[in-house]
Design a protein around this ligand. Structure first.
Ligand code: HEC
Ligand code: HEC
Length: 337
C-alpha cells in the first residue's frame, strides 16, 4: 500500500528536467541514488500509459497459448527475475540465458545481456515473438487485444492509433521505467550520511572500490559502465555463449557481456548470464581467482588475493550495502475483460 501511494506521488510529479540529445528527456523524482531515468521523446510517460503497461506485463493473454506473461519470468516476488538458472516459456522450452531483473532497467542504454536491443521499446516485442518464450505473432497479438473491450478503450485513450504492437511495446516500456529501486545504505552514504557505512559494510565497500577494483566496471551509483566485458563466464568445452559477438560479429566481442546493475542482488540469485553461480560467495570466489581463464579475458580481471575476512566483507557489502529500502512492490492488477 505504502509503495503504491509512493508510486502515485511519483507519477503525479513527473517532470521533464532537461535533454541529453534531441530524442531524450528525463524522468525524475526517483529514490535516493537514482538521479533520473531516460525517457525517449516519442514515448512520453503518462499515468494512463503506465497503468496500461502494468496490466499487459501481468497478462498471460500476451502469449500464444495463454500460459505465460512477462511476470512469469520477471516475477515481482523473485526480484522481478526468476530463481532458476533458465526458465520455461510457453511450451516448457527453457530460455538460453538467465532471466535478468527489470528493476532499474531504465538506467541501461542497451538491453539484453549482449546489448542487442537499443531501447526498451524495441526489446519488448522480442519475448512475445520468441517461440521459446511467449510465441505469439504480432498480428495475433493485435487481434486479441482489440477483442478485449477493456484494452481497446484504454489504448484509444492513450494512443491516437489505438491497439498496435508498437503501442503495446511503448506501454510496457513506460511501465518498466517506473520499476525503480534505491535508497541503499551506500546511497545514503553518498547522499551525505557519512555514518551509514559502518562495520563490515564499510570495510566491504572499501574492498569493492579499492583492492578488488569492482568499481572499475560497476561504476557507482549506476553500477555499470554501459560497456561489454569478457570476464570468462560461461566458457566450457561443451557450452560457449558468444555474448556480444553474436550481435556484432566481431571476434574481439566473443564472450563479452554487458556489465549488469548490482542493487538488490540478494533477491536475484543465481548470477551471471548463464546463472552459473548460485551464491554471492561463489561470485566473489570467481573474481578472487581471476575470473574464467580464456585468451580474451578483460585485463582488469586478475587474481585479487583477498583474505577470507575481506571476501566476507565484500559479500556483506554486496548483500546489505546495496539493498534498497525503496523497493518496487507491485501487486498483479485486475485485468480487463
Ligand atoms: C520465458 C521467460 C521470459 C518471458 C516470458 C519474458 N522474458 Fe524478458 N527476459 C528473459 C530472458 C532470459 C532475458 C535475457 C535474454 C538475453 O539477454 O538474451 C530477458 C530480458 C529482458 C529484458 C532486458 C533486461 C536487461 O537487463 O537488458 C527486459 C527489459 C525484459 N526481458 C522484459 C520483458 C517483457 C516486457 C516481457 C513481456 C512482454 C518479457 N520480458 C517476457 C526471459 C523472459
Ligand atoms: C572488467 C569489468 C568488471 C569488473 C572489474 C567486475 N565486474 Fe562484475 N560483472 C561484469 C560483467 C561483464 C558481468 C556480467 C557477466 C556475465 O553475466 O556473464 C558482471 C557480473 C557481476 C555480477 C552478477 C550480477 C547478476 O545480476 O548476475 C556480480 C554480483 C558482480 N559482477 C560483482 C562484481 C564484483 C564483486 C567485482 C569485484 C570483485 C566485479 N563484479 C568486478 C564486469 C565486471
Amino acid at each position: 500500500m505504502l509503495r503504491l501511494a509512493l508510486l502515485s506521488i511519483l507519477l503525479l510529479t513527473l517532470e521533464v528536467t532537461g535533454s541529453l540529445c534531441a530524442q531524450e528527456t528525463y524522468f525524475s523524482d526517483v529514490p535516493l541514488g537514482i538521479d533520473w531515468i531516460i525517457v525517449p521523446e516519442d514515448n512520453p510517460m503518462s499515468a494512463a500509459k503506465i497503468e496500461l503497461g502494468k496490466q499487459l506485463f501481468f497478462d498471460t493473454r500476451l502469449s500464444g497459448n495463454g500460459t505465460v506473461s512477462c511476470a512469469s519470468c520477471h516475477d515481482p516476488n523473485k526480484g522481478w527475475a526468476d530463481d532458476r538458472k533458465f526458465t520455461p516459456g510457453a511450451h516448457g522450452q527453457l530460455t538460453s540465458r538467465n532471466v535478468p531483473s527489470i528493476v532499474n532497467v531504465g538506467l541501461h542504454r542497451t538491453f539484453f545481456w549482449d546489448g542487442r536491443a537499443p531501447s526498451l521499446e524495441v526489446q519488448a516485442l522480442a519475448p512475445m515473438t520468441n517461440p521459446a518464450e511467449m510465441d505469439i505473432s504480432l498480428t495475433e497479438l493485435e487481434n486479441r487485444l482489440r477483442n478485449i473491450d477493456g484494452y481497446r478503450s484504454q489504448f484509444q485513450t492513450v494512443f491516437a492509433d489505438g491497439v498496435t504492437a508498437q503501442n503495446v511495446a511503448k506501454s510496457l516500456a513506460a511501465f518498466q521505467r517506473t520499476i525503480v529501486a534505491g535508497e541503499t545504505t551506500y546511497d545514503r552514504f553518498r547522499g551525505g550520511h557519512a555514518d551509514a557505512l559502518e562495520g563490515e559494510i564499510g570495510r566491504g565497500s572499501g574492498i569493492f572500490f579499492g583492492k578488488a577494483n569492482c568499481g572499475n566496471c560497476h561504476i557507482a551509483k549506476v553500477y555499470t559502465d554501459h560497456k561489454f566485458h569478457n570476464i570468462g563466464t560461461g566458457l566450457s568445452d561443451t557450452q560457449q555463449d558468444q555474448g556480444r559477438a553474436g550481435h556484432t560479429g566481431k571476434p574481439e566481442d566473443i564472450g563479452k557481456f554487458r556489465t549488469p546493475l548490482l542493487r538488490d542482488l540478494a533477491l536475484t540469485a543465481p548470477y551471471f548470464h548463464d546463472g552459473s553461480k548460485a551464491t554471492l560467495e561463489e561470485v566473489v570466489d570467481f573474481y578472487n581467482e581471476g575470473g574464467g581463464k580464456n585468451p580474451r579475458l578483460d585485463p582488469h580481471i586478475v587474481p585479487l588475493n583477498l583474505t577470507p575476512e575481506e571476501k566476507k566483507a565484500l559479500v556483506t557489502f554486496l548483500r546489505e550495502g546495496l539493498r534498497s529500502n525503496a523497493y518496487p512492490q507491485i501487486e498483479k492488477p485486475t485485468l480487463p475483460k
